[in-house]
Design a protein around this ligand. Structure first.
Ligand code: PLP
Length: 408
């Protein structure tokens, strides 16, 4: 550890961003359009002009393809799926969902958060004054018994955050059974909604992973529960973060409800980017091929992370970690009470990790165990060094705590 501290490292495993090599993969998207391009859609809309509030058909087809849902379910938004989530929650707060009482008038409003999970989700609902309730993640999705208990008994529970395929940060994939259970919930509140954020649905790390995931909208409709879910996705991490297109898929009634506020906010989003992205990701096969190229860059980074963890910690009983088949993160657990110390030790030696607690509501991990590792942005050699240091830090922190136990 002292050797590492002397090396003056500046390594960062905190950012779930694509690296430059991944961004290069999409550069030929800029060759899709030029001054000679026809910017009319198949149905004759001129993308250069105002109009088409809910997005052009080609973009609905693309996002429908990603989410494996009928394109007619899709409303195309701007560049960010998070913004669409924010706008829908704002609508719930101000107007009420489908004519229900605005959430701002329900002082003890609650939102369920699958943990460990995505800090930006949790922060968003904390910002809107929801009480955040943690629901533990199990092997094949969240604890559905706990979810049913809350959702079916308490009308102040208005929503739940889910990242169903390759969850952030555990990489968990919700099983078909779990999806069915979600679709069959009988909420106490009419305006309870599942926020099904499928940000990583096509982000496989291995070609053996299927290119499709069950369509929760169809399953919910069959269950007689068509309005229970909003599904989100974007092409941010398929192309350029902040420069992609995003959308929400929802039932006809939910779409009417969303349009009822959207029409006051804008005339349309950027249809030029919509057509560029849609022509680039022009088929299911094209998306798959592109994502496998992304995977060929990301996979070695995940594998070296896992290898270093194995070499440094396997069999010691002082840490466990996930080995995801897709997505952007690995979730690591220290012994209880040690995550912040491990992050501190790494930080002092020049390795930046996401803050301990970030994966839990209010930034507080009750067991102080979980650390999110983001291997995408750093170079392979950097990851190797950083992960070696992390395993050393875990051993130091564990020994320190054993010494304390003895002293007690
Ligand atoms: N949802 C999840 C689960 C994410 O991890 C991220 C980015 O890391 C986003 C949404 C952001 O998506 P967008 O760029 O479409 O706002």
């Amino acid at each position: 550890y002292k050797e590492a501290c002397a090396e003056d490292l500046h390594l960062d495993l905190s950012r779930g961003k694509p690296n430059r090599e991944q961004l290069e993969l999409s550069m030929d998207m800029f060759d899709i359009l030029n001054s000679k391009s026809t910017l009319d859609t198949a149905d004759g809309t001129d993308c250069r002009n105002y109009g088409v509030l809910t997005g052009i058909p080609e973009a609905k087809t693309l996002l429908g393809d990603i989410m494996n849902t009928n394109p007619k379910n899709v409303i195309v938004g701007g560049n960010s799926s998070l913004t669409i989530m924010y706008d829908i929650i704002t609508h719930g707060m101000l107007d009420g969902i489908m004519g229900e009482k605005p959430w701002s008038q329900i002082p003890d409003r609650k939102f369920l958060c699958v943990v460990p999970g995505y800090d930006r989700h949790f922060n968003m609902t904390e910002h809107f004054g929801f009480q955040l309730i943690s629901i533990p993640m199990l092997e094949d999705g969240p604890d559905m018994d706990q979810i049913r208990e809350w959702v079916e008994k308490d009308p102040t529970v208005k929503g739940i955050w889910c990242v169903p395929r390759y969850s952030n940060p555990t990489g968990t994939v919700y099983s078909r059974e779990v999806i069915e259970e979600f679709a069959n919930l009988k909420p106490a509140a009419q305006d309870f909604r599942i926020f099904w954020d499928n940000a990583y649905v096509v982000h496989v790390l291995y070609s053996s992973e299927s290119s499709q995931y069950p369509d929760i909208l169809e399953i919910a409709e069959k269950a007689g529960n068509p309005d229970i879910v909003y599904e989100f996705c974007s092409t941010s991490k398929m192309s350029f973060p902040g420069g992609g297109i995003a959308g929400v898929a929802a039932s006809p009634a939910n779409r009417i409800d969303i349009e009822s506020f959207l029409k006051y906010a804008m005339i349309c989003t950027d249809k030029i980017n919509q057509i560029r992205q849609a022509r680039y990701f022009s088929s299911h096969n094209k998306i798959r091929r592109h994502m496998l190229k992304e995977a060929s860059i990301l996979r070695p980074k995940f594998e070296i992370t896992e290898k270093m963890l194995e070499e440094g910690l396997d069999g010691l009983g002082i840490g466990d970690w996930t080995c995801p088949k897709g997505g952007y993160f690995i979730s690591f657990n220290t012994l209880p009470g040690l995550a912040d110390r491990v992050v501190e030790l790494c930080h002092n030696a020049g390795v930046k990790l996401t803050g301990a607690g970030a994966t839990f509501p209010y930034g507080k991990d009750p067991e102080n165990r979980n650390i999110r590792i983001a291997p995408s942005f750093a170079e392979l050699t950097e990851i190797k060094t950083a992960m070696h240091l992390l395993t050393v830090a875990v051993r130091i922190a564990s020994l320190e705590s054993m010494d304390e136990d003895k002293a007690d």
